[in-house]
Design a protein around this ligand. Sequence first.
Ligand code: MN
Length: 292
Amino acid sequence: MDLDRPALEIWPSRIADVGGQSVHRALPKHLHRTVGPWCFVDLFGPSAQPTRIGPHPHIGLHTVTWLFDGEIVHTDSLGTRQPIRPGQLNLMTAGRGVAHAEQSADSFSGHIHGVQLWVAQPETTRWGDPAFEHHESLPRVVLGRSDATVLAGSFGGVASPARTDTPMVGVQANVRASFEAPLDPSFEHVVVVAEGSVTIEDPMTLEPRVVEAYETAYLPLGHDALALSSESRARILLLGGEPFGTEILMWWNFVARTWDEMAEARADWVTDSDRFAAVDSALDRIAAPPLG
Ligand code: MN
């Protein structure tokens, strides 16, 4: 391979701990802190261990929850209590501050398997009101033997009803045989493989590249399609957007621009201020780690 020529970048996930469970974290990645507005990608499960994530705060981001298997009940400081099942989308907007808890349904005894994604909010909305959306069903596109569910933005001529604050796309596809994904050339993209493996035709080098489970492939802007294939079935996420354009800081559960903002948000959680209202949950509030 010609090392001077740009090529698809592929990186492994790293293992992180969330509520006592190991997850595969695909983003953030050094030199790719954001892909469009996407700033955090966790793949969790499949796990028989129940999810028990107590009340914790967020600022400056949307959380996007999507399950392959299982059921999780979301409760938040807006008074929402919403179970989520496979095929449904939970989208929480933190704005200036929200708190939530996530735990397996009491009646549920199977496996939990899914993704949690964070989307950075732009300056125009990040000090706004918190909000919550649940989408019972989302538009699907069938492309040959593959299918794709549009979580956010537009893909293949259909649009998700989910809120977006900046130009972006989020798709979960099941790739069988070949799959030609139409792309917006003004977006940068990643393909995150959640299960199975895919071969991507690198549009820059024209060489096939294999992307295994828990690996992420990054494609810069300027491409209007991506050809993928899988010999069995692969579950992938295709995430993209206009480059975010603003340096963000991420610490704990917060997305901000300055360390003063982080310190203030941390203090507001520690002192139980009105900024983060109470969450109806039997689980303990999660304590903020020390800053820096
Ligand atoms: Mn959270």
